[in-house]
Design a protein around this ligand. Sequence first.
Ligand code: 5GP
Length: 142
Amino acid sequence: MTSPAYDSNNIFAKILKGDIPSVRVYEDEHTVAFMDVMPQSPGHTLVVPKSPSRNLLDADPAALPHLITTVQKIAVAVQEAFDADGVYIAQFNEPAAGQTVFHLHFHIIPRHEGVALKPHSGKMEDGAILAENARKIVEALG
Ligand code: 5GP
């Protein structure tokens, strides 16, 4: 099976265009990082490329070095900001694998020993809490 075409009206494309709001923690020429609105743990952040691709399967290989570099940068900042014991990094390709938003993204999720994750795409977080968690990440990014 081949992947369906990229839909430029997906939620993250709208966030990249600024058509809908997001709580951003980082942006450079190629990538953006913002808070997940339904975090699986406090500090759950998403990293996306600015270039359009549905997921990793159809991504331009030239975009990937920039993307993984930002994933590492955000993971280190999230670990520090939340004093995490570990960082869970996830990326899903197509609905059968759990993908629900069809613009390539990596989940960066701080983990603490013995603390379970909340469900994927579970409950909307309060905007003030997202903003405070974003502030901690921005501070750790320096
Ligand atoms: P996926 O299942 O595609 O890997 O994950 C999509 C993620 O996007 C989910 O974790 C979900 O909570 C998050 N999400 C869905 N809609 C929005 C939104 O409008 N804004 C933000 N910031 N995150 C969203």
